[in-house]
Design a protein around this ligand. Sequence first.
Ligand SMILES: Cc1ncc(C[n+]2csc(CCOP(=O)(O)OP(=O)(O)O)c2C)c(N)n1
Ligand SMILES: [Mg+2]
Length: 386
Amino acid sequence: MAQIIHRSTNLLKTVSVTRHLTTASTTPITVETSLPFTGHNIEPPSRSVETTPQQLLSFFRDMVLMRRMEIAADSLYKAKLIRGFCHLYDGQEAVAVGMEAAITKKDCIITAYRDHCIFLARGGTLMDAFAELMGRKDGCSKGKGGSMHFYKKESGFYGGHGIVGAQVPLGCGLAFAQKYSKDENVTFSMYGDGAANQGQLFEALNMAALWDLPAIFVCENNHYGMGTAEWRAAKSPAYYKRGDYVPGLKVDGMDAFAVKQACKFAKEHALKNGPIILEMDTYRYHGHSMSDPGSTYRTRDEISGVRQERDPIERIRKLILAHDLATEKELKDTEKEMRKEVDEVTAKAKESPLPDPSELFTNVYVKGFGVEAFGADRKELRAVLP
Ligand SMILES: Cc1ncc(C[n+]2csc(CCOP(=O)(O)OP(=O)(O)O)c2C)c(N)n1
Ligand SMILES: [Mg+2]
């Protein structure tokens, strides 16, 4: 627990400070990461990260919006408007915004089921997200479902995957395609600490290293699987070292600027030398999924300790205040504005119709092997087809 809650002492230490009262300023500021990076078979990048007032304010806004979205999803689930599995990302927001700030939409991201905020970071809209969560026609799959949660190919998002670890070899395939077409882009394959113990991860690492693929393996270490603490599941919880011959970097995943620096570094590395592992040390505030209260295998003190000492939004708030980029009141107003936006969009998403029952099998079978091939006399089809 002490390790999870480690206090960072460098929050307000900046290398060069230029005061900017204008919110749109793009004049560079340099901030220092909360903690040093730790490298495995690689010299870590500098702790000094270039940013701008504009980026600091947008990190704050984006993370507040993400957190609000997840809190609203929690309520919608409890009201039975979201059904099935639902895994929330609050606490881990710095990984989503920091990564996005370092890459382009031509770089690919593929992740697991804890994916709502990655979708937003990649440019997905709140309406697409909420309507999708509620299974409505206006969702990002337009009510047509499919095997990939929140898939949005045009913005380089290859979705959230429900089979633990399965997205990692798929990410390798994306990186293979990028190398093959010589387009100088990379793929970030995200997986959890639980997934890090899976065999397919090591098969993917081997291929990526053998073929020098521009593949970045991002282990979001939130310290728990589906209720199992990392120490009960992993012989070595130093996930950044688990690639053995593949270099790795341990990153404070609660610090959006550390994440940004690490992803920029990893992209340059991967394009030149092949794969690298980034272990993002992070934390989820919610339980594993909506059926898990999240407090049986960890203490409430641990959760509130992380909130107090390492919260990614609070870290950015302090940096903004330290640089005089906004007042406390202005930041509170931003929070109110984000809350209002989420409330308005959820109200609109509730009005979106449910998809037509004929969509039930869309994207489930390959054309010619599904409904048409089996015929409309199948029991489940008779119930829905006219
Ligand atoms: C192959 C497989 N085994 C088991 C499960 C059930 N399951 C879903 S999530 C999960 C835990 C994964 O934990 P982690 O990789 O740390 O990701 P996190 O949920 O913490 O983001 C398990 C065991 C599954 N979906 N797929
Ligand atoms: Mg985990």
